[in-house]
Design a protein around this ligand. Structure first.
Ligand SMILES: [Zn+2]
Length: 185
């Protein structure tokens, strides 16, 4: 079975796979620690995307971060991202030729990505490979908006702090992050 991570998840900085957790700098290539990569893009034109941010984070660090969320926000995210319908859909995709079209539409809403949309790609990996059945997926603009609208102020502040600290030294990027929070799963 082909468990190669799609190149879309490479870091923009060197077009190579991420090798370290952005927070604790743990080696991701052979530490057996599962990790998530999330990249946010804006589609500026047909076939042309700009990266808004990218992050590779190990699960222990992601869990620490998620503890900082308010109870309400955590429950909401769990409902949105951890529901059985979503898990089932994701698993079904695994059994088909997901590589052909996984990036074309939001996994949750099935909406295609349009020009001017923001969208995120998310994948879960271990030792530099996809964790079997954890098909990488897209979160589309309307689903991102829905999540943002339902997070508590304190959770948003925590995410802002995280973004400022870890998601890149580029000041332009920092400004963007104020409006484009990441949605960790
Ligand atoms: Zn870490």
């Amino acid at each position: 079975m082909n468990l190669d991570i799609p190149n879309d998840f490479n870091s923009d900085s060197d077009d190579k796979p991420f090798v370290a957790c952005k927070v604790c700098e743990r080696d991701l290539t052979d530490s057996h620690t599962p990790y998530t990569i999330e990249k946010a893009y804006k589609r500026v034109d047909e076939g042309e995307d700009v990266t808004l941010f990218e992050v590779a984070i190990c699960i222990p660090c992601a869990e620490k971060q998620s503890k900082k969320m308010s109870k309400e926000s955590k429950a909401y995210i769990m409902k949105m991202m951890g529901g059985s319908a979503f898990m089932e859909k994701r698993q079904n995709r695994w059994d088909k030729n997901w590589r052909d079209d996984w990036k074309s539409a939001c996994l949750f809403t099935d909406e295609n990505i349009k020009i001017n949309d923001e969208y995120h790609i998310v994948g879960q990996f271990q030792d530099g490979q996809i964790i079997p059945t954890m098909t990488p997926f897209v979160i589309g603009q309307s689903y991102i908006e829905e999540i943002q609208e339902n997070l508590s102020i304190e959770t948003k502040e925590e995410m802002d702090k995280f973004g400022e600290q870890f998601l890149g030294p580029d000041p332009a990027l920092r400004a963007l992050l104020k409006d484009h929070q990441f949605v960790m799963v």
